[in-house]
Each structure stands twice: as C-alpha cells, then as structure tokens.
Design a protein around this ligand. Structure first.
Ligand SMILES: [Zn+2]
Length: 309
C-alpha cells in the first residue's frame, strides 16, 4: 500500500498579505520537497471541498456561514491581528478541511496505509466558535469527527507536534472521552494554553517544553507522557497535526528540533497505529515558517509514512 498526498491549488491562493509568515511559499516549499524520485510512489489526489455537514461537527453552522460570508471580494479582511482572509481564503479553507475528510475516508476504506494533506490555511488554533492564529477551520478535528461519525470509529486521537499548542483542537475535544488530544509545544508561547494541568476528561495530554529545549527534551516528553497515554487510549485512527515550526531554524519559536526528530516521532506514531489502528494515520500540515526547514522536515515525515503498509 502507498501513501496518499492530498493538496489543491486553491491552498496556494489564500493570501494573508505580504510579509505574513503563513505565506503561499510555504506550501510551494513542501510540494517542491516532494517532487524528487523518492516520492514518485505517492498517490497524489486533488482535495475536494469539505461539505458544511462535515465542518459543522466541529464548528457551529452560523459561525461557518459567517466566516465564509466575510471572505472579501477583493483586498483583505482581518479576523484578528494574525488571521487575515483574501478572496481565495474561503475556497482554500474548504479544500484544506476537505483534504483531511477525503484522506480519512480513503485510509479507513483501506485505499492506502496513510495520507498526508499538504494544505493551508492550517487549523489547530481554530476553536469551534473562533478563527484565530492563521487558522480558519480546524482541519484535524474535522477529520477526526468524520472518522467517528461517518465511519463509526470508537476512538480517534489527534497528536500535534507543532511548536504551538493546538488550543482549538483541545477545545473541540475537551469533554469527549472518545477523542484524545496530545501536544508537545513550546511553553510559554502563543496561544498561551497547553499547561500540564489541562487534561479535559483525562483525554488531553499536554507536554509543554521550555524555550531552547531540543531533541532530548522533546523525545523524553513524547516518550514518557504521550506514547503511554496513546497506547492506553487505543486509537482506531491517528490524525497528526504536523507542524514543523519546532525546527531549530524556525523564526517564530525557540525549540531546537531537526529533521531527525520528525523522522523519530513519525516512526513512533506509526508503531502505535500498527498496534491499535491497523496502521491508519492521516497527517495534515499545520505550521512551519522557515521554508528550507519546512520542506526538509515534511520530506522526512513523508519518507517514514511511505515505509508503512
Ligand atoms: Zn505553529
């Protein structure tokens, strides 16, 4: 079995403005890194637009309609200081969420061992009723709920190694014991959530890492806190919020990971998925703002995904 790669050109057209770190060049860097012969076996698919019913499992319909209604015909509309929409942003957000939905459908159907969604805008800061932090819809949470509601999976985990805490995913999963959210992140850092004490109904695991922490702290925290909890939860699908901004080259944060850490964490997640989830992993791009590090890190992640099955 192969690895699926979902993307769409609309995700390149979402433009939060000149000098914004969440730029179309990020996605171009990821796609360029996946052009080599190593990646010829990827099964490349165009991401569909998410249906309102799929998004509405996470976000209230009125919020979704208001957000899409606020997409400007020209120029930019700011939602907050960091989160800006351009005319293509609604289409991009629908394709980003739709990529994860389609990837979940395909992986659960056994069409591939796993999938990576090369999409933007990212999603993990988007709370049920609030777009924020460069994120419009919570792509990972929408995918997780698709797996539970449309495919009847009993337990779905989201694991998030972006350098920022996924406050949106945590908020969406907070009191639902059939969902699990675990995150490593720099702390303190935007958005300010993600302390160890935030545990939901025992289904949330936060591993805050001090600024300047590197590979050793990351792997120790992940191995000691997240992997045992994930094993106990026994997910039937693992959704990965794959942000690569904990890389030592990233300009937005101060963790010191490199490509080898992304190889390692991907191997760990595939092992858990093999034990409990028939190997099923759906990964979606979150952050990562140094273009060279982002491309190399995403390639390292994909190389491991492609070893599965
Ligand atoms: Zn981030």
């Amino acid at each position: 079995m192969t690895t699926l790669l979902y993307t769409h050109s609309a995700c390149l057209e979402h433009d939060p403005g000149r000098h914004h770190p969440e730029s179309p060049a990020r996605l171009r860097a990821v796609l360029q890194a996946l052009e080599g012969a190593d990646f010829a076996r990827l099964d490349r698919r165009e991401a569909p637009e998410a249906e309102l019913d799929d998004i509405a499992r996470v976000h209230p319909r009125r919020f979704v309609e208001a957000l899409l209604g606020a997409v400007p015909a020209q120029g930019h509309v700011g939602i907050d200081a960091d989160t800006v929409m351009s005319p293509a942003s609604g289409r991009a957000a629908l394709r980003a969420a739709g990529a994860v939905v389609a990837a979940v459908d395909a992986v659960v159907a056994g069409e591939a061992a796993n999938a990576f969604c090369a999409v933007r805008p990212p999603g993990h800061h988007a709370e049920p009723g609030r777009a924020m932090g460069f994120c419009l819809f919570n792509n990972a949470a929408i995918g997780a709920l698709r797996a539970r509601e449309a495919h009847g999976l009993a337990r779905v985990a989201v694991v998030d190694f972006d350098v920022h805490h996924g406050n949106g995913t945590q908020a969406a999963f907070w009191d639902d014991a059939s969902l699990f959210y675990a995150s490593t992140h720099q702390y303190p850092l935007y958005p300010g959530t993600g302390s160890k004490g935030e545990t939901g109904v025992g289904n949330i695991v936060n591993v805050p890492l001090r600024p300047m922490a590197g590979s050793a702290e990351f792997r120790a925290g992940f191995g000691r806190e997240i992997l045992p909890a994930l094993d106990s939860f026994r997910p039937e699908l693992i959704v990965v919020s794959a942000g690569f901004d904990a890389h030592k080259s990233d300009p937005l944060a101060q963790l010191l990971l490199d490509e080898a850490d992304y190889t390692w964490v991907t191997e760990q997640l595939l092992d858990v998925a093999d034990r409990h989830a028939k190997g099923r992993v759906v990964s979606t791009l979150e952050g990562g703002y140094d273009l060279a590090a982002l491309g190399a890190s995403a390639a390292a992640h994909l190389r491991v995904l492609m070893t599965a099955g």
